[in-house]
Design a protein around this ligand. Sequence first.
Ligand code: NAD
Length: 267
Amino acid sequence: MIRIAVTGAAGRMGGRIITAIREADGMELSGAVERAGHEMIGHDAGQSAGGAPLGVKIADSLERAMEKADVLIDFTFPEVSLRNLGACARLGKKVVIGSTGFTPEQRQEVVKFAQKIPIVLAPNMSVGVNACFKLLKETAKILGDGFDVEIVELHHNKKKDAPSGTAVRMGEIVADALGRDYHQVANCHREGMTGERTREEIGMQTVRGGDIVGEHTVYFIGMGERIEITHRAMSRDMFARGAVRAAGWLANQPAGLYDMQDVLGLK
Ligand code: NAD
């Protein structure tokens, strides 16, 4: 039995992850954490997720929640995830991080913790998106520099970071395949007299509204033809199932930094 603790337990993803743990064979929820002062502290985590009680109360202490846990699944914010990683590195516990919006410096901190413990860090845990990542790499290599690349992502109106972690990852994959540095060529703003589009840039467009779970389209636009690779998420459950699958996979891994391509054997 793999025992899992969940941070952000009362959040949009936290509830779906608790349900996915309940439904998975060989997995058990052993701890649930929310930020201090959250109204759900002290409530049963199973009930908070909309199901039957699980006998695990939502707490505000990560250390206590990790006492009986093998793995932490953390879908919160980069600052919170980094604090939690520090605690798990001290305790020798494995961690799956779904939080998005890490700066390059924050990602370096994750890399350091991965010398001590096994970590899966993935901006998108869905199998479909990870298949798209592979298709994007192949498509960019085939098309080369002759096609302009634009990425458009749509999310709900509560999302706090932009562009989405998934869109950034898509941009990085395409940029790598084309021999470019994503952070040099990403163009997230066009307004006014922008001048002509450069060949190297990768346009990043963001749409926010309503309850859209997440949509990403990468356009490869050539002269007289266009390829569009689109992924649409219909619910949060496949992210949650992916995170639980990652936790199961991580249970047998040595210290290191992994992503969903590792978990799914796509590398
Ligand atoms: P949310 O705001 O609904 O949930 C975040 C939760 O974290 C909140 O309940 C908040 O109270 C809690 N929290 C804040 N500080 C905390 C602390 N110190 N300890 C414990 N809990 C704390 O957000 P969400 O929609 O669930 O998304 C969470 C993150 O997951 C975002 O970064 C989002 O982009 C990302 N996400 C990733 C994937 C993926 O597949 N990797 C999929 C969906 C969302």
